[in-house]
Ligand binder design. Structure first.
Ligand code: CP
Length: 304
């Protein structure tokens, strides 16, 4: 069992803990092919999704994961709750404690919000994405997809391409994949590269055609149009020309390379539809693996 109360990011999680989560997720995934997928492993427990930002995949898959484990679920969305009346994050968290919530999955636009919540509540806290900081369960499901396909991480060349600056997914993947022995290259325009990219222990490139050569995994990132300041790239057409992942570009990767993307996709921008729907695309497999990973995380945290 994980010997930690919360899962806030992958920066401080060990390779052994990551492997434990992935192994448990693989066990969970075996349930998916059974007629009755449900277990009662978390029967009597309650999981709450507390989302201050929009989500389809993360929110729904945590909800599905909790239900498949036999837990009860509740959902708070910032737009329809007492958060609108000015309730603080800590007061909301303490209220959830009083409602006997065992685990809170939080998504917030401010980096560090899950850490603040975790310090102030008894419930286990899982980071479902905080600002530009981390999205640990997204990286874990990406890693499960890679592990299931290649059987190991050692020496795999992973290219993470696009809007690195605004990507919590890229950060969590860099920490996680590097710990497991993969070789990570971040690719994007200089204006969309974080200022500390050279301190993250991975390679940096500004040329997607060059970086993708010989890659085993190509991960596209959503261009986060809602977080852009003016002037970071000249036009979306130019962005696609230089940093769009297309079938032609993917052909430069290894013949058994896979394409990943956390979703939602801006079709025709960071990914062409041909690439997104092509044979090497594992994007929907990622979504399915997200349920298994979140089942594993919920069970390991709550039962541990
Ligand atoms: N990948 C991801 O976090 O998707 P959602 O925003 O739909 O949860």
């Amino acid at each position: 069992m994980l010997k930690r109360k919360d899962l806030l990011g992958l920066m401080d999680v060990s390779a052994e803990e990551i492997m434990e989560i992935l192994d448990r997720a693989r066990e969970m995934k075996k349930l998916f092919s059974q007629e009755v997928k449900k277990t009662n492993s978390l029967s009597g427990k309650t999981v709450c999704t507390l989302f201050y930002e929009n989500s389809t995949r993360t929110k729904t898959s945590f909800d599905t994961a909790a239900k498949l484990l036999g837990a009860s679920t509740s959902a708070i969305s910032a737009s329809t709750s007492s958060i609108q009346k000015g309730e603080t994050l800590i007061d909301t968290g303490k209220t959830l404690d009083a409602l006997m919530t065992d685990a809170i999955v939080i998504r917030h636009s401010a980096a560090g919000s899950p850490h603040l919540l975790a310090k102030n509540v008894k419930a286990h806290v899982i980071n479902g994405g905080d600002g530009l900081h981390e999205h640990p369960t997204q990286a874990l499901l990406d890693m499960l997809t890679i592990y299931n396909r290649f059987g190991s991480f050692k020496g795999l060349k992973v290219v993470i391409a696009g809007d690195i600056k605004h990507s919590r997914v890229a950060r969590s993947n860099v920490w996680g994949l590097s710990k497991m022995g993969a070789e990570v290259t971040l690719v994007g325009p200089a204006t969309l590269m974080p200022f500390d990219a050279d301190r993250m222990g991975c390679k940096i490139s500004y040329d997607l055609d060059e970086a993708v050569e010989g890659a085993n995994i190509v991960m596209g990132l959503r261009l986060q149009l809602e977080r852009q300041q003016a002037g970071l790239f000249p036009s979306t057409a130019e962005y696609h020309k230089y940093y769009g992942i297309t079938e032609k570009r993917l052909a430069k990767a290894e013949s058994d390379a896979i394409l990943l993307h956390p979703g939602p996709i801006n079709r025709g921008l960071e990914l062409s539809s041909g690439a997104a729907d092509g044979e090497s695309s594992f994007i929907l497999e990622q979504v399915n693996n997200g349920v298994a990973v979140r089942m594993a995380v919920l069970e390991l945290l709550i039962k541990g």
